[in-house]
Design a protein around this ligand. Structure first.
Ligand code: SF4
Length: 156
């Protein structure tokens, strides 16, 4: 592993940047995610930052049960987050579609549409649970960075 990739891996683990995507949520989870970044819970002290573009993010945070109208946007945004990346499903909606389970406009749960690394349960989950999920995703991301580095080295 080169020095540069070690530094990049450490930065990813210690300062994960997020992109938030609402796939049809009631906004309960979105409010809790924003609350986790406010001074009371202060996820920013862990280096967590919300980004305006998926191209600048390491972790994709998805709320909502994935509606028919949002699914293409979810897949596009997932594709725009650079590798290595991790996905955090926030709340019971992306995990199981929750209260919307029998709705004909729902195409979730989220892992039916894109790979998911961490599920944060709750309706909505508390900000501290969301922070815990983001920290878990940052750990996965750091490991993923190391393994893709090893794969790159193994190539002739
Ligand atoms: S999990 Fe609950 S709070 Fe979150 S989007 Fe679904 S219904 Fe709303």
């Amino acid at each position: 592993m080169t020095l540069v990739s070690r530094i990049v891996g450490t930065c990813r683990r210690r300062s994960p940047w997020l992109f938030h995507m609402n796939s049809g949520s009631c906004n309960g989870c979105d409010i809790e995610l924003i609350a986790s970044l406010t001074p009371r819970y202060d996820a920013e002290q862990l280096g967590v930052r919300l980004q305006g573009s998926p191209r600048h993010a390491d972790i994709l945070c998805v709320t909502g049960p994935v509606t028919h109208t949002s699914v293409q946007a979810v897949k596009t945004v997932y594709g725009q987050v650079c590798e290595p990346k991790a996905v955090v499903a926030i709340g019971s909606c992306p995990a199981s579609t929750n209260a919307f389970i029998d709705s004909r406009v729902i195409v979730g749960p989220l892992d039916r549409q894109i790979p998911v690394d961490v599920f944060v349960p709750g309706c909505p989950p508390r900000p501290d649970a969301i922070i815990q999920g983001i920290v878990a995703a940052a750990g996965i991301l750091a490991k993923r960075g190391k393994s893709s580095d090893a794969e790159r080295k193994a190539k002739p």
